[in-house]
Design a protein around this ligand. Structure first.
Ligand code: MN
Length: 237
């Protein structure tokens, strides 16, 4: 699973102002619970390091994190965009493309669905409240363990095969979303306001993106557990 970065400082002077790479424990616990071996992919600098790291793993989770720089899809930033980390963008876009090339299963979560979209030629809404104004709250104040809005899932999708439900309640911690799909991808879940909540590449590959955070609810939600279970099963093939 890919890390995000933050500036150290909370544990004392030794870490102050030094960059740290981290991934929330929810991700490793949900992989571990399904019999997988979680491995962190740090925010390394060189594309060849990313590629070499991916030789060591059987699956890739593109995790949540800050906004993707709109430069990555050819746009200037609009007022309303959040923090970006261009080093993280470059690492994760390389990881997504390399994993796809290698046929490694990919699960993109929150920022991860956006990473997948951008990596393969799609674009994003930089800020849903500014650009869509739907009224549905995608930035819930409730904890990630609480599901707050519904999504409708396409019956023809791999996502439906995994969760076996046409409607799911999901959590929502995003102010960006996929605007245009990459070629060869389909939207497989949408919120009631039309916001794309899941995408996948049809065919034999396992290349799924989810706008919600199943790692936040895996402990109590069967639909969330099934997603990690499916990823681990695919990685073991
Ligand atoms: Mn949402």
């Amino acid at each position: 699973m890919t890390c995000s970065s933050m500036v150290g400082g909370s544990w004392g002077l030794y870490s102050q102002s030094h960059m740290m790479d981290y991934a929330f424990r929810d991700y490793s616990r949900s992989i571990e619970a399904e019999g997988g071996l979680p491995v962190l992919v740090p925010v390394v600098e060189k594309p060849e390091t990313v590629r070499a790291t991916l030789e060591l793993v059987d699956g890739l989770i593109l995790t949540g994190g800050p906004d993707i720089s709109p430069r990555c899809y050819g746009e200037e930033p609009i007022v309303g965009i959040g923090e970006v980390d261009y080093s993280l963008d470059l690492m994760e876009l390389e990881a997504a493309r390399e994993a796809e090339k290698r046929g490694i299963p990919i699960l993109g979560i929150c920022r991860g669905i956006q990473t997948i979209a951008v990596a393969f030629g799609g674009t994003l809404y930089q800020d849903i409240p500014t650009q869509v104004r739907s009224g549905l709250d995608h930035v819930q104040k409730a904890d990630k363990s609480v599901n707050t809005h519904r999504v409708t899932i396409a019956k023809s999708s791999k996502l439906f095969q995994i969760v076996e439900k046409e409607t799911l309640w999901v959590n929502s911690k995003h102010h960006q979303a996929v605007k245009t799909l990459p070629p060869d991808f389909v939207a497989t879940a949408k919120a009631s306001d039309g916001i794309i909540e899941a995408i996948e590449k049809p065919g034999n590959s396992f290349l799924l993106g989810l706008q919600w955070h199943p790692e936040g609810t895996w402990a109590q939600d069967e639909g969330s557990r099934k997603l990690f279970s499916a990823l681990v099963a695919e990685a073991k093939k």
